[in-house]
Every structure is written in structure tokens, then in C-alpha cells.
Ligand binder design. Structure first.
Ligand SMILES: [Fe+2]
Length: 287
């Protein structure tokens, strides 16, 4: 068993974890220590990891069922467990700010929870950073668990039974066109607004940029409530901004966190991260 050491990254969420090599085959004790830490901190950063795609997929499988990338699957029908984040083409070439793939990725600059538009949404996202821009690039994280706990009791009661439509085309078409096959593969999905972590019983609300409307609410009422919940979760003092270093492997819990990228100058810098995801246990309506 590894000698895991945890050091909080922020007073509300996140921990830096040392004493483990994620590229080796992990024992059951290490896997359950990581799950327990995720339930507590919601985000873990493992610095200075010697990662490869093969090791990342093996690590992903140790934590649960890998989730096929919806962009590749929706557009081509092929299963690929990786997404590439950034603008690197090969050792010499990169895509600039005007490239369609770069523009498409700016959708990640809105507060969101990965794959909240899927019937079975993502449990964990796992990002490994291979190349990072020289002036630092930041991903921000905020906890909807902390924000839920701070709601008045009457608001908790009001939102408890509500259901929300999450719609990928609604959110992504704000920043870039969506491939028609991809759009057709992702009809709007209904989720609970309030979710409960099955391991520790902690509740959180579950919104973000893919949350389109509340079932039974008018458009105006829907947007007011959803936007208000996002604003409450993402007040500056509640946000942890992670400045990426090459070699960082980050895992975050999409069941309760929101995140967004702050962008970078793709004309100037190279950026390369590989992402895998661990699928959730089932539809949120069955939780
Ligand atoms: Fe994301």
C-alpha cells in the first residue's frame, strides 16, 4: 500500500496528494483511499506523475467504468475513452485561436459539470497535463455541496423535488456549432436538481451551463433559479483556481463540483492534456 499524504488546496475543496505513483498497478487499499478522499475533498491533484495513455486508462478502470468520449462517439459511432484538451498537433505544430477545435473548447470556459447532459453523467474526470502554457493556465473549481449547505432551509425544501433538463446543444451552441450527428446523439436529459453522495449522505445541487430549464417552470423562472444557484456556488471566495504544472494528474467529482477553464493564448502557447472519465453509477432519477 502507498503512503498517501494529503495537503488541502483550499479551505473548501481539493487536496494535493503525494506518496503514490499512479502509473503502477494500484492495490485495493489505494483505490479505496482515493475514493474516500474524493468523497471528502471532491478534487485531488497528484503532482509529478509519469503518465502514459495506457497507464491513465488502467487507472481510470481501477476507479470505475470508463466513459466513451461523447464527441467522437456522437459524430462517428466509434468508442474512444480519451479526449485531447489543448492545441498540440505534433512536436512542431499547434492549432491557433481561430481553429475550429480551439473555438469549440472555449465552451469549457463556462461553469459546468462534465457530461451532465448524459443520462448517466460522469462521476470523475481525470486530466493529465503533458504540456502547459508558459504563463500558466488555470482551471477553476467550485463546490455545489458547500453552496447547498449554505442555502436557507426553506430553499432546500423548495428545490428538493425539482428536476432539471440538461441539454448539450443548448449550452454548446452559445460558443460553437455542434456537429449534426453529435447533436442527434444527445437529446435533452432530465436529472434531479438535488443529488446525494451515496457514501457519506452529503447533498448538493447539480446545475451548470448544460442545465437548460426546470421542469414545470417558465423559461424566465428557470433561468433565474439556475443562474442564481450557479452564482451562489461560484462566488470568488468559494473558488479554487488550479494553476497547471506539467505532470499534474487531477481527478474531480462532477457529481458535486462545477469547473471552468480561464482560457489561454493558443496563438502563443502549446497546451496538451489528456482526459478520461469514470462513468456514474446510473441515471440521477434512480438515486
Ligand atoms: Fe469540463
Amino acid at each position: 500500500m502507498s503512503q498517501l499524504q494529503f495537503e488541502p488546496l483550499h479551505n473548501l475543496l481539493g487536496a494535493r496528494v503525494t506518496g503514490i505513483d499512479l502509473s503502477t498497478e494500484l492495490g485495493d487499499e489505494d483505490v479505496s483511499a482515493i475514493h474516500n478522499a474524493m468523497d471528502e475533498y471532491s478534487l485531488l491533484c497528484f503532482p509529478e506523475q509519469e503518465m502514459t495513455d495506457e497507464a491513465q486508462l488502467a487507472f481510470t478502470r481501477r476507479l470505475g467504468e470508463p466513459e466513451p468520449n461523447h464527441v467522437t462517439f456522437g459524430a462517428t459511432g466509434k468508442i474512444d475513452y480519451f479526449a485531447t484538451i489543448g492545441n498540440v498537433i505534433d512536436a512542431e505544430n499547434k492549432k491557433g485561436s481561430d481553429d475550429a477545435h480551439t473555438r469549440y473548447q472555449t465552451g469549457n470556459n463556462l461553469w459546468h459539470s462534465d457530461s451532465s447532459f448524459r443520462l448517466v453523467p460522469t462521476r470523475y474526470s481525470i486530466n493529465h497535463a503533458y504540456e502547459v502554457p508558459g504563463e500558466g493556465v488555470i482551471t477553476e473549481f467550485a463546490s455545489q455541496r458547500i453552496a447547498y449547505a449554505r442555502l436557507p432551509a426553506a430553499t432546500k425544501e423548495t428545490i428538493e423535488p425539482l428536476h432539471v433538463l440538461h441539454d448539450y446543444v443548448f449550452s454548446r451552441s452559445q460558443t460553437a456549432p455542434v456537429d449534426p450527428n453529435h447533436a442527434a446523439s444527445l437529446p435533452p436529459i432530465e436529472h434531479r436538481l438535488v443529488r446525494t453522495n451515496p457514501a457519506n449522505g452529503c447533498k448538493n445541487y447539480y446545475v451548470g451551463s448544460h442545465a437548460r430549464s426546470i421542469i414545470g417552470f417558465s423559461g424566465i423562472e428557470s433561468r433565474k433559479l439556475i443562474d442564481d444557484l450557479v452564482d451562489q456556488a461560484t462566488r470568488s471566495e468559494a473558488v479554487y483556481g488550479h494553476q497547471w504544472q506539467a505532470g499534474d494528474t487531477l481527478i474531480w467529482d462532477n457529481r458535486c463540483l462545477l469547473h471552468r477553464g480561464l482560457g489561454y493564448d493558443a496563438d502563443r502557447w502549446r497546451r496538451l492534456m489528456r482526459q478520461t472519465r469514470v462513468s456514474g453509477d446510473g441515471p440521477t432519477l434512480g438515486e
